[in-house]
Design a protein around this ligand. Structure first.
Ligand code: SAH
Length: 203
């Protein structure tokens, strides 16, 4: 599937109904989601693979993974409202996605999910809760040997130190996350946040 075709398919999906600022519910824009997934696909981490989308929200990444030919896709989120949207998005694309309600901070979640080839995630950037992305990194490393994540630009030193001895960052791509006005405390209609798409490989 061409990058642009994937982007168009993801653009048509439903967003968060009532986004929650505390858990940083921002859907990944189609252009950025397609870019991450297309790259992961080219590196052989999607097609025929078992893939988990951690903090799947409305399921944009999980849906893209199905479109790119993954063998099994599971989406996990703690918010039942987001999962209801994800369910509708999956149905719209006729995508077979197992949706699981769970908190990534809960260690028993890992046993329940089993293991995967690849984790993809757009975790909270930690704007509301400074270390909200840490349990995502820990759980992702417990679930799969390869992780793709979207992080704030400048996160590499922190992530490198946090995962030292456990994993290494072997690919970095810059990107822009156009954040539309979502919450009352947002002052401008759109702000562009610089992000990094990272591939993290477990040692
Ligand atoms: N991955 C989606 C959503 C990103 S927003 C996308 O790319 O569009 C971050 C998501 O993480 C939200 O849906 C939020 O509900 C979820 N989330 C935040 N903290 C979580 C936690 N501790 N456990 C599970 N999900 C969490």
């Amino acid at each position: 599937m061409r990058l642009r075709t994937l982007e168009i398919a993801l653009e048509g999906l439903e967003g968060f109904g009532r986004p929650d600022s505390r858990t940083e519910q921002y859907s990944t824009p189609a252009i950025l989601a397609a870019r991450l997934l297309h790259h992961a696909h080219l590196l052989g981490d999607i097609e025929g693979k078992e893939v988990c989308d951690l903090g799947c929200g409305t399921g944009v990444l999980a849906c893209g993974v199905v479109l790119l030919g993954a063998a099994r896709v599971v989406g996990v989120d703690m918010d039942p409202d987001a999962l209801a949207v994800a369910k509708r998005n999956a149905a719209r694309l006729d995508a077979d996605i197992r949706l699981v309600q769970g908190d990534v901070r809960d260690r028993s979640l890992i046993e329940g999910l089993g293991s995967f080839d690849t984790v993809i995630m757009n975790p909270p950037f930690g704007a509301q809760d400074p270390h909200a992305d840490r349990p995502f990194v820990d759980t992702a490393l417990a679930l799969a040997p390869v992780i793709y994540g979207i992080f704030n630009a400048g996160s590499i030193p922190f992530l490198g130190a946090y995962t030292a001895g456990r994993a290494e960052i072997d690919l970095t791509m810059g990107g822009i996350f156009p954040l539309r006005r979502t919450f009352p405390f947002h002052r401008r209609d759109v702000v562009e946040i610089e992000v990094e798409i990272l591939r993290i490989r477990r040692r």
